[in-house]
Write a protein that binds this ligand. Structure first.
Ligand code: BES
Ligand code: ZN
Length: 655
């Protein structure tokens, strides 16, 4: 409680609350930057060697993952034991991590990924050991912590690192997002959440930050009372006191670093079924529990198609609006965007998607970020099937078509010969975020549907079960498993078209098949809406996926100010509480300079949402049509976005 009181009295809190500018801010910046300089120079003095580009050559790149600076083909982590104190006043994490490791071959050093960390002490098997932090030549990949110790092949040992994270004064891209009370739903307490995927776990603790390395976890989190903290594991112990609360979690299944996550704030947990739970800020908990009340049904439907759920409990946490994704599949603690809580369960496919990752992604994991489609394409394929089983065939078709629309848009945006439109993009010493798009999701999903069409639903289910029973997988290994499966099951005449689907850029040749009646029905509805011929009530009765699909169809027609005025006045589309709908109509409005899309509704939308799926295309439309407005709103909102989202929008706005 005392620490929290201190926080309320701190200049960080007051500054945000009262918007004090001028001298106060300049003073604060000076203090923070001197502090940072001190931390950095301390770190530098610990460095034994000057880093230079040449000394990095030949030492940094392992063969498995070009986004990690760890020598992960020489040593591997078996268990990670992490203890962190969450300091809302300084906005830092302090603590220690113990990595239980094993040498694959004899080595004379251990290299770990690190970003924006201040390393204090390193011990190997309890002996203080020399280390040095090579500041990165590849800025995007962060630093490399080198620990000088000799180990024989197969030797097991433990590395303890005492460290803290650095204050993020320059808005670097890091996992942690610190929120001030006004950025939460409760408006009273600060909040912290992290986003490790793809390569940000290294900004939380020194690690082998690659999906090819899996370790079990013990997590201990210390927060000021009365706040609560959660980690991506099962709760084993909580110790509450007046001053501090301590929470301990265990993740007994070996997971990659990108699935490590923590969050802390004023939080409440509610049981949905024996093994499913929802967490959110207290004033949202009932809404969230209603929206996700069918979790158990979703989970058991997925189990029927795949295999029994092996992670014991399934918990979702609904985060504040700054969360940059729809969902993130952190094990035992799926993170969800509050934009899914729309009141009619129409956005629950995202939750189903994250649940499915418990098999495809969290059990079977892509070996590196160049074969990311194995995580997302397989999950999207199963998601589409589950939508069919849970919500019916029509919803499944619609869901698939909406996905296909987003794929076409994305390929058009990149250009059909762009390397990011392939399922095997080259990601060499680069942040995987640079090439993130719907392509691995939708093209990957369509590839699997193409295969299923030839192999048959039942046999393909067997193949998918085989795939999700693997540990880590790359595209080539996937192909070998597929060919072996076909051979062993005596399935002949299957044309895999590997080159076209997996290697080549551009739109798949094989088109999604749609029943004529289905497309006719929606074309008519789109025409009716366009011509202002639809009754308001009929429109309101449509499922939001239907509305989105109709809006996508209208997007192919000629849209002018008159049409937009109808959509605003007759159908109240600019007042939709569903961002899937609202972001579509705002983009149409921006594209034809419709005043209703450029005023308060636009700035409210961009400040009330941090989910990149919605805000990025809106900023893109603004940067093409009205860059000054884009810039003005971005400058106003950037502090409420996660650093990953802010960086993406900045790149797009060209600033
Ligand atoms: N694992 C992803 C989110 C992610 C991917 C974060 C890559 C960072 C890097 C998550 O499972 C996901 O796909 N979320 C989607 C939802 C989905 C239904 C398409 C999202 O956030 O929109
Ligand atoms: Zn996903």
């Amino acid at each position: 409680m005392q620490a929290l009181r201190q926080f309320y009295q701190s200049r960080y809190y007051k500054r945000s609350l009262y918007g004090v500018i001028g001298l106060g801010v300049i003073g604060a910046i000076l203090v923070v930057s001197t502090k940072l300089k001190k931390q950095q120079s301390k770190q530098q003095s610990l460095n034994q060697f000057q880093s230079n580009e040449q000394s990095l050559q030949g030492t940094i790149f392992n063969k498995l993952d070009k986004c990690s600076l760890s020598n992960l083909d020489q040593v591997k982590t078996l268990n990670t034991s992490i203890q962190l104190e969450i300091d809302f006043i300084q906005q830092i994490l302090t603590g220690r991590v113990i990595l239980k490791m094993k040498a694959i071959q004899s080595v004379n050093k251990i290299q770990l990924d690190a970003k924006m960390l201040s390393i204090k002490v390193v011990k190997v098997n309890d002996q203080e050991t020399q280390f040095h932090v090579k500041e990165s030549v590849v800025k995007e990949l962060g630093d490399q912590l080198e620990i000088f110790t000799e180990k024989q092949a197969n030797e097991e040992f433990q590395v303890e690192i005492i460290y803290s994270t650095l204050q993020n004064v320059h808005n670097e891209q890091v996992a942690q997002n610190w929120l001030q009370p006004p950025q939460t739903f409760g408006n009273k307490h600060p909040f912290l959440f992290t986003q490790s995927e793809a390569i940000y776990a290294r900004s939380l603790y020194p690690c082998q930050d690659s999906p090819s390395i899996k370790s079990t976890f013990d997590i201990e989190l210390i927060v000021p009372a009365p706040l609560k903290a959660f980690g991506s594991g099962l709760l084993v112990k909580e110790t509450l006191s007046q001053d501090k609360n301590i929470f301990q979690f265990k993740q007994p299944v070996a997971i990659p670093s990108y699935l490590f996550a923590i969050c802390a704030g004023d939080l409440e947990k509610k049981k949905i079924s024996e093994r499913t739970f929802v967490i959110s800020e207290p004033n949202l908990i009932n809404k969230c529990a209603n929206e996700f009340s069918d979790m158990e049904k979703y989970l058991s439907t997925i189990e029927e198609y795949l295999t029994p759920y092996k992670w014991n409990e399934y918990t979702v946490i609904v985060l504040p609006k700054a969360f940059p994704y729809g969902g993130m599949e952190n094990p035992n603690l799926t993170f969800l965007s509050p934009s899914l809580v729309v009141g009619d369960k129409s956005e629950t496919a995202v939750l189903i998607h994250e649940m499915i990752h418990s098999w495809s992604g969290n059990s079977m994991t892509c070996q590196n970020w160049e074969c990311f489609w194995l995580n997302e394409g397989i999950t999207t394929f199963i998601e589409n099937k589950m939508v069919g089983k849970i919500f019916g065939k029509d919803q499944q078709t619609l869901h698939g078509l909406l996905g296909d629309n987003s794929l076409q848009k994305s390929i058009n945006n990149f250009g059909a010969d762009h390397t990011y439109t392939t399922l095997s993009p080259k990601i060499d010493q680069q942040n995987p975020d640079d090439c993130f798009s719907v392509i691995p999701y939708q093209k990957g999903c369509q590839f699997l549907r193409f295969l299923e069409g030839q192999i048959g639903e039942q046999k393909f289910q067997e193949f998918i079960r085989l795939i999700v029973s693997q540990d880590t997988l790359n595209s080539e290994q996937f192909r070998v498993l597929l060919e072996k499966f076909l051979l062993e099951n005596n399935i002949q005449g299957v044309d895999i078209q590997w080159q076209q689907w997996i290697i080549d850029p551009g739109m798949p040749q094989e088109k999604l098949k749609i029943e004529e009646q289905f497309s006719k029905k929606y074309e008519k509805l789109a025409n009716d809406l366009y011509e202002n011929q639809m009754q308001l009530e009929d429109f309101q009765n449509l499922h939001s996926n239907e509305k989105c699909f109709i809006l996508d169809l209208i997007g192919n027609m000629k849209i002018d100010q008159r049409i937009l005025q109808n959509l605003e006045e007759e159908y109240q589309l600019f007042d939709s509480n569903n961002p899937e709908i609202l972001h579509r109509i705002l983009i149409y409005g921006i594209k034809c300079n419709y005043p209703g899309a450029l005023g308060d509704k636009l700035s409210h939308f961009l400040s009330a949402n941090g989910r990149m799926k919605f805000i990025t295309p809106v900023y893109r439309a603004l940067s093409e049509k009205n860059p000054e407005i884009g810039l003005r709103i971005f400058n106003m909102c950037r502090n409420s976005y996660h650093s990953i989202a802010a960086a993406q929008i900045q790149r797009m706005l060209g600033i």
